[in-house]
Design a protein around this ligand. Structure first.
Ligand SMILES: [Zn+2]
Length: 281
């Protein structure tokens, strides 16, 4: 699972419902599963320190900001997950059929369990409020892209202006900056619906198209939250979401749903992008 903004909102809300008030009887971190993330700094505590710090804590709340999921353990202490490439967060009502591989596991005093698997460059970090303030990626005051009061057209337009020479794909998936939450999973659908090619530079997109693009971003992300995330991803209970992705690997060499032209797979700015060469000029 790759968590983008809608999936992070869905799963943090499910976690808040399910886990708030639960006491962690024992926390585990698998040293083998976590070796590469510890080495790269994506996991910030060694397994024994993680287990010692987290065991015995009670979950106060679970919230999200951007793609980050913030599990509050104490007034000034958070366990933060950010699963940007792939992985899962799963809740288990008993311990009979836990998945064989996980990075961290929280056993609660009521017999339930949470397992978290991070693949590649996701985060699992235990951080104080002060550490969050100075964190390279997390804790920034980001604009919520599904909140029309924060993410206004003017804010979006200013953002396009400040990167006017850059391709639109670069601007929309820019990480850890003013806006975050869109990744390749939604970007392709957003640009397809807006009829904009990912390589098009911001300065070449006129106001009318910018307005349309802005509305489409809001609509797609809001729809996906309502539907429980993308149908290619899984929620806290292992269920796929109800947002049907338009453009992804299932569409390779398939006809465009709008015009019938064969969908093209290309590599744009370091990642795969599916594009309709006819609809997206
Ligand atoms: Zn088309």
């Amino acid at each position: 699972m790759a968590f983008e903004l809608p999936e992070s909102i869905v799963i943090s809300s499910q976690m808040d419902n399910e886990l708030k008030g639960k006491k962690i009887e024992k926390a585990y971190m698998d040293p083998k599963e976590c070796a590469s993330q510890i080495k790269q700094g994506f996991i910030n505590l060694q397994p024994p320190d993680f287990e010692k710090t987290v065991t015995g804590k009670t979950i106060r709340s679970v919230t999200n900001r951007g793609k980050g999921i913030y599990v509050q353990l104490e007034k000034n202490l958070y366990l933060v997950y950010s699963l940007e490439t792939s992985g899962y967060i799963l809740y288990h009502t008993n311990r009979d059929n836990l998945p064989p591989r996980w990075n961290t596991r929280l056993d609660f005093t009521d017999g339930t369990t949470l397992t978290v698997k991070i693949i590649a460059w996701g985060f699992s970090q235990v951080l104080t409020t002060d550490q969050l303030k100075t964190h390279k990626y997390l804790g920034k005051e980001e604009i919520s892209l599904i909140d029309e009061n924060e993410f206004t057209f003017d804010v979006f337009n200013d953002f396009l202006e400040s990167y006017s020479s850059k391709p639109i794909k670069f601007i929309l998936i820019r990480q850890g900056e003013e806006m975050s939450g869109i990744g390749n999973g939604y970007l392709q659908d957003i640009l397809f619906k807006a009829k904009i090619h990912p390589k098009r530079k911001a300065r070449d997109i006129p106001a009318s198209e910018r307005k349309k693009l802005y509305k489409i971003i809001l609509k797609i992300l809001t729809d996906s939250v309502k539907k429980g995330g993308r149908d290619t991803e899984f929620d806290l209970y292992g269920n796929p979401g109800g947002y049907r992705v338009i453009l992804d690997k299932r569409m390779k060499d398939q006809p465009c749903p709008k015009c019938g032209t064969t969908i093209q797979k290309s590599n744009i700015l370091g990642s795969t992008c599916y594009v309709c060469p006819e609809c997206q000029k």
